[in-house]
Design a protein around this ligand. Structure first.
Ligand code: PXP
Length: 237
């Protein structure tokens, strides 16, 4: 199973001070050295975390696979055609949301998504659609010509009671089976962390997990002791 590491939240931390640290480009290189199969990033319309500069440099330094999450807007299509990531994941985007909240509403915009897929494919860019884990949505996604789907695991991740969580996992599993039958490459992601990843990783039809927040959050914690030691050393020297 492949792991795509989403590095957006290193940029969130940088933007909190408007400076240069930490650099998401460095995070992408370190994640790759540590074994990530791809680097995932989301260039949002409001540029709240990742910046255009980051994407340009990421394209130069990521030699595995660069997966650009973006809305299917004219502006973003132009960016994608210039950057040429290996994969574009089309996601819904609402300015006021804290993070991508739901999957794409595929049925109401099949024509628009189909056009975006055609445009991107013509430049050699594969397209994945971020969708809710429902068989009916998977079937709609098949009408767009996309190569992959990414199943939204946020509902699974956010459900606290065991029965609800089992049922949300079952939704992901049945959507993954349906997507595989339709010939899609199947990815999943959103809200996956060190406690809940195992049962999603155990679904054989899922070929890739895209994980961001929990990995960056853990990096802050496991890196903190060393960071404090290094500061103490400099102070005392
Ligand atoms: N996949 C998609 C399509 C996303 O939008 C995000 C969040 O940017 C992720 C995966 C990663 O989610 P998380 O940061 O919760 O791991």
């Amino acid at each position: 199973m492949k792991l795509g590491v989403n590095i957006d939240h290193t940029a969130t931390l940088r933007q909190a001070r408007g400076g240069v640290d930490p650099d998401p480009v460095a995070a992408a290189i370190l994640a790759t050295l540590a074994g990530a199969d791809s680097v995932v990033c989301h260039l949002r319309e409001d540029r709240r975390h990742l910046q255009d500069r980051d994407l340009h440099i990421l394209r130069q330094v990521v030699h595995t696979r660069l997966n650009l999450e973006m809305a299917a807007t004219q502006e973003m299509l132009e960016v994608a055609l210039m950057i040429k990531p290996e994969v574009v994941t089309l996601v819904p985007e609402r300015r006021e949301e804290r993070t991508t909240e739901g999957g794409l509403d595929v049925s109401s915009q099949i024509g628009k998504l189909k056009d975006a897929v055609e445009t991107l494919n013509a430049s050699g860019i594969e397209v994945s659609l971020f969708i809710n884990p429902k068989i009916s949505v998977v079937r709609e996604a098949a009408k767009t010509g996309a190569q992959a789907v990414e199943l939204h695991t946020g509902f699974y991740a956010d459900t606290r009671d065991e029965a609800g969580r089992d049922s949300a996992r079952e939704d992901v599993r049945s959507a993954a089976i349906a997507a595989t039958k339709l010939g899609f490459f199947v990815a999943a992601g959103h809200g996956l962390n060190y406690h809940n990843v195992a049962s999603i990783a155990a679904i054989p039809e899922i070929q890739e997990l895209n994980i961001g927040h929990s990995i960056i959050a853990r990096a802050v914690m496991v890196g903190l002791p060393k960071a404090v030691e290094e500061m103490r050393y400099l102070m005392e020297r």
